[in-house]
Design a protein around this ligand. Structure first.
Ligand code: 6PG
Length: 272
C-alpha cells in the first residue's frame, strides 16, 4: 500500500532534514497510515518523557485522520490521557465558527474520544487583539515546555498541511509572519478566507522532533512537486519548503493523487 521515497530537501544540504515521503494509494489507506505514524511517535514521546505534545494542523485534510483516530480500533491503541493537544494555527474566528480549526478538532476528535478539556490548548481566535492572543499562546507553550525565551520549545509532533499557494500553518508567501525570527507565535495574514490568523512561526516548527505533512488530493500535486522537486529559487522560498527540522524528522504523508507529479514516483503500486 504505502511506498516510500527520500529526496534531497530544498534547503542547503547542511541545514536540511531529508524528507521521508510516504505515499498511500487511497484516502482510507492514507488515514490508516497517518494514524499508525502518530501512534508510533506518540508512544516514543510518552516513553521518553511521559507525554506527547502534538500540534494539530488546520484546514479540511485532517478530518479524515480524526475520523480514523476516533474509530474503536484506533481509539483503543492510544493512551489519550498522555496526549497534550496544541494548534499550529487558527483562524481569527470564535471557537464555534465553521472556519475554526478548534471546532473541527473538537467535533471530530476531542468529543468522540472524550479528551479532557485540560489536555487541549487552543489559540484564542475570537480575541479582538490578535497580537495579544499570539503572545498569550506563546506564553502557554513556553510554560508547558519549560522553555523561557530565548530558548525555542521542542514539540514532539507537529502536523502541517499545505495550501495551493504553498503556505503552511498560517505562514503565507511573502508575509511578515514568514519572516518572524523571535516570536514563536505570531499573527498571519491570509490572502483569502479568514484573513487574520494566529500561527506558529518557522523557528518553533523547525525545532520539532517530528514534522508530519498531511497532504491529499490532485489539487495539491503541483505544489507538492514544487516543494519536493524544486526547480527554482521561487520553489525553494515557498513557506512549506522552508520547513526542515534542524535535528528532527520530516515526514510527508501523501495520497497518490497528491504525489502524482513527483519526478520519481515509485514504479509499482499496491506493494505492502
Ligand atoms: C489553515 C491551515 C492551513 C491548511 C492548508 C491546507 O488553518 O488553513 O492550517 O495551513 O493546512 O490551507 O488546507 P486544506 O487541508 O483545507 O487543503
Amino acid at each position: 500500500m504505502e511506498q516510500r521515497r527520500n529526496v534531497p530537501s530544498a534547503l542547503p544540504a547542511d541545514m536540511a532534514a531529508t524528507p521521508d515521503i510516504r505515499i498511500a494509494s487511497g484516502t482510507q489507506e492514507w488515514g490508516q497510515a497517518v494514524a499508525s505514524l502518530i501512534l508510533a511517535e506518540s508512544q516514543q514521546a510518552i516513553q521518553a518523557h511521559g507525554r506527547c505534545l502534538i500540534a494539530l494542523s488546520g484546514g479540511s485534510t485532517p478530518k479524515t485522520l480524526y475520523q480514523v483516530l476516533a474509530t474503536p480500533e484506533w481509539n483503543a491503541r492510544f493512551d489519550w490521557s498522555r496526549m497534550v493537544f496544541l494548534f499550529g494555527d487558527e483562524r481569527c474566528t470564535p471557537p464555534d465558527h465553521p472556519e475554526s480549526n478548534f471546532r473541527m478538532a473538537q467535533t471530530e476528535l476531542f468529543q468522540p474520544l472524550n479528551i479532557r478539556p485540560e489536555q487541549v490548548y487552543r489559540m484564542k481566535g475570537e480575541s479582538d487583539d490578535p497580537p495579544a492572543a499570539a503572545r498569550e499562546y506563546e506564553a502557554t507553550i513556553r510554560r508547558l515546555t519549560n522553555s523561557p525565551a530565548p530558548r525555542v520549545p521542542v514539540l514532539d509532533l507537529i502536523l502541517l498541511g499545505i495550501g495551493e499557494d504553498g503556505h503552511t500553518a498560517s505562514l503565507f508567501p511573502e508575509t511578515a509572519a514568514l519572516r518572524e525570527q523571535t516570536a514563536i507565535v505570531t499573527v498571519g495574514q491570509s490572502p483569502k478566507g479568514t484573513r487574520s490568523r494566529l500561527t506558529l512561526t518557522l523557528g518553533v516548527l523547525n525545532h520539532a522532533a517530528v514534522v508530519l505533512f498531511l497532504v491529499t488530493g490532485p489539487g495539491k500535486a503541483d505544489m507538492v512537486r514544487r516543494v519536493l522537486d524544486p526547480e527554482s529559487e521561487a520553489d525553494r522560498s515557498l513557506p512549506a519548503a522552508r520547513i526542515s527540522p534542524e535535528s528532527g524528522r520530516l515526514v510527508w504523508m501523501l495520497d497518490h493523487a497528491a504525489a502524482q507529479q513527483l519526478k520519481k514516483m515509485p514504479a509499482h503500486r499496491g506493494e505492502t
